[in-house]
Design a protein around this ligand. Structure first.
Ligand SMILES: [Zn+2]
Length: 370
């Protein structure tokens, strides 16, 4: 049984980004191998904390984890690039740049050569219909990206000699440490503007429209974020672009209601239809589905159409379509009809006598969530 990520970091499920970061920083310092040489248990805790932080610090992964737990990351498939699990020490140390503000740098030695600067991320919202969510969709969106202007040139930064980092000695609770931090002159790219075309900004950038194609997998949830690598802004010099972060927004459907992977539909039938039985076409997500209602069907009955819901984002099958039967009671009657029902008042056929097998509303609700 794998330990809960929140438990590992000792935080509540409501912890915000700052609290998550703080909790991880605390665990990382406590279990750091340099402080616990040869202690296998500390090393294991150190790795677990890193793994927990990797998931909880990423809104997309966090949303999946909150919904599906550890199984969200088990096995292959899924989206956003493979499972994680079993991080190695290098991965963990490379995280530290973000957490410890660069000041901590390469803990166990070995700061690498010139680091390529990364441009900033762009964010967009994509609105999806329930049909698009159920089937997955490829969306083309227009984004305005900062790119390096035509004819721009950069030269090696003299502050850091093109390394993008400057060395500095800091006092930390782990002792004096020589560490690398981002060069203040070039911002880490190792290069500064040389020739600036007139239309470019101070960093040699211009705004450019680009159409980006985004593959959205079936089963996404409102608020989920997908990442399109390298479709954010460029940075100066020899750099890599940032990412395009795509937030999913689910549009409300006219008459289908989504609840996780299940879909609910309210079906209204007339009183005679309930008495005599009827076949009805239900507008499901991917076209009509015919259902047969037996004679004497009760209002409140729920019919479950297996697999006609939303596919699981992890590829584990699909939810169901739940059809709620509502018998429509007429509000006005003509004279003969009124006479008919007045006679029916004393007719034993019309006296309610629910059978034991007919579940009450409360039992049905209990079933739906089990
Ligand atoms: Zn520099």
């Amino acid at each position: 049984m794998k330990k809960d990520f929140y438990e590992i970091l000792g935080i509540s499920k409501n912890a915000d980004a700052a609290e998550i970061k703080k909790a991880y920083r605390k665990s990382a310092l406590k279990y750091h191998p340099d402080k616990n040489p040869g202690d296998k248990e500390a090393e294991e805790n150190f790795k677990l904390a890193a793994e927990a932080y990797e998931v909880l610090s990423d809104p997309n992964k966090k949303a999946k984890y909150d919904q599906y737990g550890h199984q969200a990351f088990d096995g292959s498939g899924g989206f956003g690039g493979g499972g994680h699990g079993g991080m190695n020490m290098d991965d963990i140390f490379s995280q530290f740049g973000d957490i410890f503000g660069g000041g901590f740098g390469g803990f166990g030695g070995g700061g690498g050569g010139p680091r390529r600067a990364k441009g900033s991320n762009l964010r967009i919202k994509v609105k999806l219909t329930l049909e698009e969510i159920a089937n997955g969709v490829e969306k083309k969106v227009k984004v305005k990206r900062k790119v390096q202007a035509k004819g721009v040139t950069y030269k090696t930064c003299s502050t850091c000699n093109g390394q993008g980092q400057v060395m500095r000695v800091t006092n930390t609770i782990l002792g004096r440490m020589q560490s690398a931090s981002t060069c203040p002159t070039c911002g880490g790219s190792g290069q500064i503007l040389d020739k600036r075309p007139s239309e470019a900004d101070a960093q040699g950038m211009v705004l450019e429209d680009e159409t980006v194609s985004i593959k959205i997998p079936a089963g996404v949830v409102d608020g989920m974020q997908l990442k399109v690598s390298n479709k954010g802004n460029d940075a100066p010099g020899n750099s890599v672009p940032g990412d395009l972060i795509v937030a999913i927004e689910e549009l409300e459907h006219e008459f289908l209601k989504r609840e996780g992977e299940n879909i609910h539909f309210d079906l209204y039938i007339s009183f005679p239809e309930a008495v005599l039985g009827v076949s009805k076409d239900i507008e499901a997500i991917n076209g009509k589905v015919r259902i047969k209602l037996e004679e004497g069907i009760q209002s409140g009955k729920i019919l479950r159409l297996k697999g006609k819901g939303i596919p699981s984002i992890n590829g584990y099958g699909s939810g169901d379509l739940l059809v709620h039967v509502n018998v429509w009671t007429p509000k006005t009657l003509n004279k003969e009809q009124k006479q008919f029902f007045e006679n029916a008042l004393n007719d034993e056929h019309f006296v309610p006598s629910p059978e034991k097998s007919e579940k009450s509303f409360f039992e049905k609700v209990k079933d739906m969530f089990s």
